[in-house]
Design a protein around this ligand. Structure first.
Ligand code: ADP
Ligand code: MG
Length: 245
């Protein structure tokens, strides 16, 4: 079944000085699709995520979200950026705000939503990530896994069309990884469009529709997980998999 395209990158190139970090990227992510991006360190995975959200400008090519090209700046950019929720390795919660305030803040400020409505929505989201009992705590009072679930709830509070996750469990102690992956799995099952950079191959196998393998700034393979993991085509992917599996 062909999916309606939601995020489309075409001919995207990006340099940092002399370093060519994204090379002729062609990538279409359909609505409701879960795409896991893997590859060696330095292959351009984070830059790709940041480019999708315009946190990083690109030199050539086009990036569209739900049919709209990303504007360079201004209010239109803020609005489109809010359509794509982003969750990073470091949770980046506001330390001096409570869990509830962290989740409510952006909808009130960026979307201009009312406080009462935002609070109701925030509590619903905290319920979904299993943290409503912690609504009035401060981030430092929570474990890393709990903080990352708050970060996910905060991103969802903007009603994004898609979510980008850049190594969301890499900074967590092993016993907290699963509670975060479980929330992500649930989101995937509910039909959220997701781009997930991760080294969690169990998640890739069980939750992803596609695996995109990057090396040296290029997309080398873009396949369904079963095929990628059982019969990788490129030497780069074979080599990478032999090191991590
Ligand atoms: P990955 O997430 O796959 O590890 P990145 O996208 O972070 O890779 O980085 C790709 C390449 O770009 C790396 O060589 C990295 O050192 C370089 N790079 C990333 N961000 C910057 C930056 N702001 N300035 C200069 N070089 C950068
Ligand atoms: Mg990275």
């Amino acid at each position: 079944m062909a999916r309606e395209p939601l995020i489309v990158l075409s001919g995207v190139n990006k340099h940092f000085g002399q370093l060519h970090v994204l090379k002729d990227i062609e990538l279409t992510i359909g609505r409701g699709e879960v795409v896991v991006v893997i590859g060696p360190s330095g292959s351009g995975k984070s830059t790709l995520c940041r480019a999708i959200n315009r946190l990083e400008p690109v030199e050539s090519g086009t990036i569209t979200i739900d049919g709209e090209p990303l504007p360079a700046e201004g209010r239109a950019l803020a609005r489109l950026r809010a359509d794509v929720g982003m969750v990073f390795q470091s949770f980046n919660l506001f330390a001096h705000k409570t869990v509830l305030q962290n989740v409510m803040l952006a909808p009130v400020k960026v979307r201009g939503r009312g406080k009462a409505e935002s609070e109701r929505h925030a509590r619903e989201l905290l319920e979904r990530v299993g943290l409503v009992a912690h609504a009035d705590k401060y981030p430092a009072q929570l474990s890393g896994g709990q903080q990352q679930r708050v970060a996910i709830a905060r991103a969802l509070a903007m009603n994004p069309k898609a979510m980008l996750f850049d190594e969301p469990t890499s900074a967590l102690d092993p016993e907290m990884i699963n509670e975060v992956l479980e929330v992500m799995r649930q989101l995937a099952e509910e039909g959220m469009t997701m781009v997930v950079v991760t080294h969690e191959m169990g998640f890739a196998r069980s939750a992803a529709h596609r695996v995109v393998f990057m090396a040296d700034g290029r997309i080398i393979e873009d396949r369904v997980p079963e095929e990628f993991f059982t019969a990788p085509e490129s030497e780069r992917a074979k080599d990478f998999l032999s090191k991590i599996l």
